[in-house]
Design a protein around this ligand. Structure first.
Ligand code: AMP
Ligand code: MG
Length: 353
């Protein structure tokens, strides 16, 4: 009898130990860790959704919201009081740390993409009416004039003093192609500083995630299918990564039956025309992912794949072409699932055919 009693006690104790171990090992066993808190806001011309998990979720979301508003104030070209608007007006400035960082990162993306990303694109965006929604197709003369203003040799930037100046009047900076990715990276940093191990942000469909979901599984990020509104082109399983997409469908106008979109090719001055619907970049570096999504949309599949081959340690890419095929870099073989589109993998091997 005594034996049975002690056996029962031992079993009960073991079960208790096992439950406690499971509890300690799995964040999802703690309701405080797995409870999600969401926040929706509109900033940077975009609807944003932030999700945070854990006991510090509320304060992390407050801090993230403050940061988004501060960055919007600093970088917005639509706000005449922003640092970038003042620089564009004066032609010279000593930049804040954030703007200097974005300029330095923009130049880095420019360098690895043969100039496809150009932070001086603003005057050209203006000529097409994308900055004030007064859309117009500029004449050839205007385009060739504006192309002169894209010459990075005419911008002087000292990374140490953060001093920047333009040689030509009319030169202007636009961080529209990189600022949202920087913002999502900052939000991840803020979440981590607040002690969070799990969270995500979606800035108009551009997603960055912190860690894994509280149950330890990867976040499943659906990439919008621009051709079919209610569906998605595929799913990326992400962990500590940004999944950022660019495409002409995001902003465009029609003139005499021709569609003109907002991602401009700095070599021609016209909207990039590479038979692409969208480009998605997956990277742990949100700022880089944003810059590259814009740049690789300009470059197209062939040249864009070369950029991936040279920097496959930094990012992965998914191209959706107008003939409805997906070209996916090899690094995503296990992390990406197409939603019905045929997939061709881009590999680093030399093609001997
Ligand atoms: P995204 O949605 O990240 O591709 O960014 C598009 C925005 O980037 C545009 O609205 C412009 O503000 C800016 N942009 C357009 N073309 C370029 C380019 N070739 N290089 C850098 N920024 C660009
Ligand atoms: Mg971009």
């Amino acid at each position: 009898m005594k034996r049975i009693f002690s056996w029962k006690m031992n079993t009960a104790f073991m079960v208790l130990v096992l439950v406690m171990c499971a509890f300690l090992l799995s964040g999802c066993a703690d309701p405080k860790q797995s409870a999600a808190e969401n926040r929706d806001l509109f900033a940077m011309d975009t609807y944003m959704t932030l999700t945070a998990y854990g006991p510090q979720a509320s304060s992390a979301l407050d801090a993230a919201e403050d940061e988004i508003k501060a960055l919007d104030q600093l970088l917005s070209t639509g706000n005449p009081e922003s640092e970038i608007s003042k620089l564009n007006h004066d032609g010279k400035s000593i930049l804040s740390d954030v703007s200097a960082y974005l300029l330095q990162r923009s130049l880095e993306v420019n360098a690895i993409t043969d100039g496809a990303f150009n932070p001086l694109i603003y005057p050209l965006m203006n000529s097409w009416g994308f900055t004030n929604r007064e859309f117009t197709v500029p004449d050839e003369g205007t385009i060739s004039e504006q192309l002169q203003l894209l010459d990075l040799q005419d911008m002087h930037f000292d990374e140490t003093t953060k001093q920047v100046s333009f040689d030509q009047p009319g030169m202007m900076i636009d961080f529209g192609g990189i600022a949202k990715g920087y913002t999502s990276s900052r939000i991840m940093e803020i979440f981590a500083e607040q002690g969070l191990t799990s969270g995500l942000v979606s800035l108009g469909g551009n997603v960055q995630v912190l860690g894994t979901k509280p149950d330890g599984s990867s976040y499943k990020v659906a990439i919008r299918d621009p051709e079919h509104d209610q569906t998605f082109l595929g799913i990326v399983e992400a962990c500590d990564e940004a999944v950022i997409t660019s495409g002409g469908y995001e902003r465009f106008f029609e003139d005499h039956g021709v569609i003109y979109h907002h991602i401009l090719d700095p070599k021609t001055g016209y909207p990039a025309d590479q038979d692409l619907i969208s480009v998605t970049i997956v990277s742990s570096d949100g700022t880089l992912a944003d810059g590259l999504s814009t740049a690789l949309y300009v470059l197209g599949v062939a040249k864009g794949s070369e950029v991936w081959k040279a920097h496959s340690d930094l990012f992965d890419v998914i191209f959706l072409t107008e003939d409805h095929k997906l070209y996916v870099s090899d690094g995503l073989r296990d992390e990406f699932t197409s939603n019905g589109y045929p997939v061709e993998y881009i590999t680093a091997e030399i093609d001997h055919t």
